[in-house]
Design a protein around this ligand. Structure first.
Ligand code: ADP
Ligand code: MG
Ligand code: MG
Length: 885
């Protein structure tokens, strides 16, 4: 037979699935011998049964009444007994803490008779009526569905009438009157009387807590926190203790350490003569917990003693809810407490030092997300005012600068030494120079994987995107939020960690953790704690960590951050800027001679880039991807060009021969779906000389580095392979060029040639592809686009938020790898690739390489390394370590 109810003396903390977090921990504290008011827990299983069938499961009522009898016998009083009532609290408590999301009802068992009994037994009439009015209020709103504002209004009216500054100034008579008012309000609002039978109160309260699982607030919270909807909540039924029995009573919350910094000490709040709800509700001002030391030294000493016991027992920061009844301390709740990223690292290091946990356990207690937060400068939260607007926190950190509204202005002002924030409706590749010049990027449209967000994250630049409250007016060079207008040049502050925008220059606090990664300078406290976690992670991780870097500066930084090579060196930026003209000439070339001349112009420039990168990564692998994007990305925009030429013509200036040619080329190369068009390996196979030029630049850079005594380890990676045939053809060309350069220079050049796996067909035929490929690298951005059939640039703005709201996916597949679909392709390709070529080296170089959850997946899938932007390298190292635990 299923058992639905467990006494606190029976459960324990390993039963949280069944008893919920609160119930499991109440049982644990009971077992530890701490003073916990007796009670029992109704399981989450009972809740699930109730929610699916709509009725109480068989036997539940009986089990509850049996446990109630046990409580009553131990207390020597019955629930709601008229002359001396036993009172109960009915408390929700799910597997994962959902603070304030569900319901708790206190003082069950009071009615028109037992309130007098309570008054007499306690010798405190005011207390009895105060408790009764709380019950009617909580029961009325939670169980009977009356808007709680109705009760609050009645309370306010009475306080005004009496001239009472707070509820403590209402006397027994006032409170008795309030109870009458409340009961009338309930009757008026629901047509029903407040139930007088204690057993009925209890039963209905339990069911109301079950139902609160599906309340709107709770559902929203679960969606945001990625908590499954089908877990249900447990219900804890517990003997009441009273913090509202006078000045020697009270209620409070406590932390065993400072949850903000991890520092040891006494942290918390206390409110005397109050029931627990009042502490969080903020209806009266609490005092700092150490004040309790003066008010009640004995209870305080006992509390500290219990806190020490709990921390040792849980081997972690605990938070605690307690009540003091007439000088006697009762423990009402504990759990492993939430904490800031800073506190997480500090506490982990301290607990390791104290010998409470192992270094591996310490590593498990910190996260890559937390580390990322610590790497950015922050606004001093105590000093900033109200935000001007909110958006999506797309790339963390804090930045201050003058608002500018186009890329050119950003570049111009930055060159003059001014700090700027680039504000755009959304960004495109044309905004790149401005993004590089700016301290931060702010957009009014687009999600976490919009162009602005992705590029900013890649650069480690602060970004808030999708700030829909603001209206950007690029022509007028200003943006507006409600009635506020921010003109170009006005200083604003952007908090990419919180997704907030502040007016003016908010004060900044520097990141010591970032300084540590940049310089290796290790200081005491937080930095030392981070350094130790990193050391531990590097010691245990199996996954290598490389960086995506396209410039010597990025490569050098990545190396300082611990990158063990470059997993993706994109060559496309080498075709931008002044070089665009050469690229244009190459595309427009009508003869082989013209084309070769253009390619020859590009060659020395590319070679120089590669030399710099190979030097920065000397001795470590550098995976260079051959040109990937469609060529027309390097030509002017089709519509803009057509409009410009038409306008010129209207003014009597016919297009020049060059312009006409350009327009012709742009039209010829126009593609409806460029991401699925002529790009990647396809381009290399149809644009003569392009692959050879790039490979020559790489090979000659290798030669030059070797001659300089270096240890260059270039690897050549072919993008967007569908079939092994494509790779075979390109590889022949690559090898021919390598051989030519070796021969001509007398320096042997051997570069492994591998491929990206970023199309489903490539993943599914990985066994064949591996026959030609010396390594694989998953391009999970394109693989996600092509597996889902999502055009990333289009879908995010169009419907991703709707998909997230509907729960179709819990997180964007561009942010965290979709294990079921894309992940499945990865697993197939790993298995078949390695079967065909044992020991095949396999990495990943998409955005996902720096995403903590995805790193865990890649570890499990048996990859050799992940590659991510330089700033994510420490995060990936840490998570790769955690994945190996
Ligand atoms: P939440 O999960 O929202 O914190 P709780 O179930 O912890 O809700 O209840 C809120 C508060 O109600 C507690 O912090 C405590 O002060 C008070 N409370 C709950 N049960 C009891 C009890 N048995 N005796 C006295 N106060 C209680
Ligand atoms: Mg609580
Ligand atoms: Mg790709």
């Amino acid at each position: 037979m299923v058992r639905y109810v467990y006494d606190f003396t029976v459960g324990g903390r390993d039963m949280a699935d069944l008893l919920g977090g609160k119930g499991a921990n109440l049982a644990e504290m009971t077992r530890m011998g701490l003073p916990v008011p007796p009670g029992f827990t109704v399981t989450t299983q009972a809740c699930r049964a109730f929610l699916t069938t709509g009725t109480e499961p068989d036997g539940l009522a009986h089990e509850i009444s049996e446990h109630l009898t046990t409580l009553e016998e131990a207390a020597g009083r019955r629930l709601g007994q008229p002359d001396d009532p036993l009172l109960l609290s009915v408390r929700s408590g799910a597997r994962f803490s959902m603070p304030g999301m569900m319901e708790t009802i206190l003082d069950i068992g009071l009615n028109d008779d037992s309130v007098f009994g309570l008054a007499k037994a306690s010798g405190n009439e005011r207390f009895a009526w105060d408790s009764y009015r709380r019950l009617v209020q909580m029961f009325g709103s939670t169980v009977m569905g009356v808007d709680s504002a109705v009760f609050e209004q009645a309370m306010t009216q009475l306080k005004d009438l009496r001239g009472a500054p707070d509820d403590l100034h209402l006397d027994a008579g006032d409170l008795a009157q309030l109870v009458e008012t409340y009961k009338n309000l309930i009757k008026y609002e629901t047509g029903e009387d407040f139930p007088q039978l204690p057993a009925e109160q209890l039963r209905r309260a339990v069911l109301a807590v079950f139902e609160s699982w599906n309340g709107e607030r709770a559902r929203l919270y679960r969606r945001r926190e990625h908590i499954p909807d089908d877990l249900g909540t447990a219900v804890n039924v517990q003997t009441m203790v009273f913090g509202n029995l006078g000045p020697d009573s009270g209620s409070g919350v406590a932390f065993t350490r400072d949850p903000a910094t991890g520092a040891r000490g006494v942290y918390g709040d206390y409110l005397s003569n109050a029931q627990g709800e009042d502490v969080v509700a903020g209806i009266r001002n609490t005092v700092p917990l150490d004040e309790l030391g003066r008010l009640n030294p004995e209870a305080f000493a006992q509390l500290r003693d219990h806190m020490g016991m709990l921390e040792t027992h849980y081997r972690d920061l605990c938070d605690i809810e307690f009540t003091i009844e007439r000088g006697r301390l009762w423990m009402l709740q504990t759990r492993v407490g939430k904490r800031t990223a800073e506190a997480a690292f500090a506490i982990a290091a301290e607990l390791v030092d104290e010998g409470l946990i192992t270094a591996d356990e310490g590593l498990a207690r910190v996260t890559g997300d937390g580390l990322a937060r610590l790497m950015f400068p922050r606004f001093d939260t105590s000093a900033v005012g109200d935000p001007l607007a909110h958006g999506i926190p797309a790339s963390p950190g804090a930045a201050v600068g003058a608002a500018v509204f186009d890329s050119a202005e950003a570049v111009r002002r930055a060159a003059a030494g001014e700090k700027v924030v680039l504000v755009r409706q959304e960004t495109t590749p044309d905004d790149l120079p401005g993004m590089i010049a700016a301290q931060a990027v702010l957009t009014s449209r687009g999600g976490k994987t919009s162009h602005a967000a992705v590029v900013a994250r890649g650069m480690g630049k602060v970004c808030v995107c999708g700030a829909e409250e603001i209206t950007v007016d690029p022509q007028g060079r200003r943006f507006t939020v409600g009635a506020t207008t921010v003109e170009e040049g006005t200083v604003i502050s952007v908090d990419g960690s919180e997704g907030a925008i502040y007016p003016g220059a908010a004060p900044l606090v520097d990141s010591a953790v970032m300084r540590y990664f940049e310089t290796g300078e290790r200081s005491a406290g937080l930095v030392d704690a981070v350094a130790r976690a990193m050391q531990q992670a590097d010691g245990v991780r199996r996954l290598g960590v490389r960086a995506n870097a396209d410039t010597p500066e990025d490569a050098a930084r990545a190396r300082r951050f611990g990158a063990e090579g470059i997993g993706l060196c994109r060559t496309e930026h080498m075709f931008l800027g002044d070089r665009r003209q050469l690229v244009e000439a190459m595309i427009l070339a009508r003869t082989n001679v013209e084309r070769e001349r253009a390619l020859e112009g590009l060659l020395p420039l590319q070679r120089k880039d590669f030399i710099g990168i190979l030097e920065a990564m000397d001795g470590l692998p550098v995976t260079i991807r051959l040109l990937d994007p469609p060529l027309h990305e390097f030509l002017p925009d089709r519509t803009e060009l057509a409009v410009r030429l038409a306008a010129a013509e209207a003014h009597g200036n016919p297009p020049s021969a060059h312009d006409a040619e350009l327009l012709d080329a742009v039209n010829r190369m126009h593609e409806e779906n460029p991401m699925l068009g002529l790009r990647g390996v396809r381009l290399g196979l149809v644009a003569p000389g392009l692959v050879a030029m790039q490979v020559r630049a790489i090979a000659e850079a290798v030669v030059e580095r070797k001659r300089a005594g270096g240890d260059p380890r270039a690897e050549i990676m072919v993008p967007l392979i569908d079939t092994v045939e494509e790779l075979r053809l390109v590889r022949e060309e690559v090898e021919q060029v390598l051989a030519e350069v070796s021969k001509a220079s007398g320096v042997p050049v051997e570069c492994p040639v591998g491929t990206m796996i970023e199309l489903p067909r490539a993943a599914l035929t990985a066994g064949r592809i591996a026959q030609e490929a010396q390594f694989f690298s998953f391009g999970t951005n394109d693989l996600t686009q092509t597996t889902w059939g999502f055009s990333r640039d289009d879908v995010e703005a169009a419907f991703f938020s709707a998909y997230l709201d509907k729960g179709i996916f819990k997180v964007s597949p561009f942010e965290t790898i979709d294990r079921e679909g894309v992940g499945r392709l990865v697993e197939i390709a790993v298995a078949e690739g390695r079967a065909a070529r044992p020991g095949l080296k396999i990495g990943v170089c998409g955005e996902h390489g720096g995403d903590p959850e995805s790193v865990h997946f890649f570890h499990g899938a048996g990859l050799d390394y992940v590659s991510c932007s330089p700033f994510r390298v420490p995060v990936a190292r840490l998570e790769a370590g955690r994945a190996a635990l």
